[in-house]
Unconditional design. Sequence first.
Length: 464
Amino acid sequence: MAPGIPAALERPHFIGIGGAGMSGIAKILAQRGAKVAGSDARESATAEALRALGVTVHIGHDGGHLADDATCVVVSSAIRADNPELVRAAELSVPVVHRADALASLMEGLRAIAVAGTHGKTTTTSMLAVALSALALDPSYAIGGDLEGPGTNAAHGAGDIFVAEADESDRSFQKYDPQVAIVLNVELDHHANYASMDEIYDSFETFVGKVVPGGTLVVSADQAGAVELTRRVRDAAGTTVVTYGEAETADVRVHKITPRGLTSEVTVVLDGKYLTFTVSVPGRHYALNAVAALTAGVALGIPAHNLASALGTYTGVKRRLQLKGEAAGVQVVDSYAHHPTEMTADLEAMRGAAAGSRILVVFQPHLFSRTQELGTEMGQALALADASVVLDIYPAREDPVPGVTSALIIDAAKAAGAEVTAVHDKGAVPAVVAGMAEAGDLVLTMGAGDVTDLGPQILDHLSS
């Protein structure tokens, strides 16, 4: 039922093919029959998974990796102009396609659900993908993280629904034309691309304006930024606005969220009827993500009781409060949280699930620009833990900013009463944490960089 491969994407070359967003598009194209190639900076499980689908993956960046018959070069906003493969593409006059344009072309002809918001996109998109699959609707999906069950971030399905994570960071979510758009929250982030909340609102308004005529906007009734966005777009012609949340005014109202260890039971009021279902991850924010997914599915005409039951089959996304293991009576959990709101939400969720246990955090700040703008709030969030280890900033695509270091976070955390230890050598962290932890403690590795690698190492140290 899905359309074929656009001519420009018959033989694409991806620069940075191992990235979460890029690899997903590459997988779908390979599954549709395209001859896909690309390069990445290092070997990874993602590179191996792509090769298993017949994709050619080069390690390192070199102009020679670009095949003579490539129909386009696919890039993300993180690829710099001096990348040798991009330079070679210009020499050969090979068209350059942004990953968002590539993804938009894969959605054409399908009923698309685009999930946007400053936080929670990956989880909500994943919940929808899992639930729709459980209902045998065989959706296509592209997600910014690997599902625990299928273990992949993307798939080409035979059904007529495409679920996609819609990234606002570089305004690329404005490329899509969804039948249903979800906006979970609207906050100031991505400071290298947005100078103010007004710019953020303008960007989200453009995204909402791309909903197809007769389509639906599903938007939070609780979060201040989402409420303001709703006020701005409420009268948009041809779009139905459906709000969800704990607010009394919500169209789909959350009646109760009951924590049950590492799961939650959620009761909503939908069309005047009570509906209760289970969410297999802890925390209020994940429960609300599930309600957003439920609301979006209903907007596509899927029976609410069927969808609610199917949402109970969702078991999580890698790096979203993912249990890595237990050793010496200490549980180690991994969190992708890197914005203060996310950090606070995950720490509150773990506090609710920890039943009085100590929570120790290993936090790696992500991006100099984000730390410069939100370092104080990050430090205040860490005060929710019993003790924290803070690493140096993970730069990702950014160059260092003079005067911007992890000290901004550490000073703010200490001012908020937190117990914080600075560790500049990432390799020393497992031994430091193993020395801090006691039986019954919960260790949370937190951040969007390579801090995730530390979970297994911490478990090894605890075991020995």
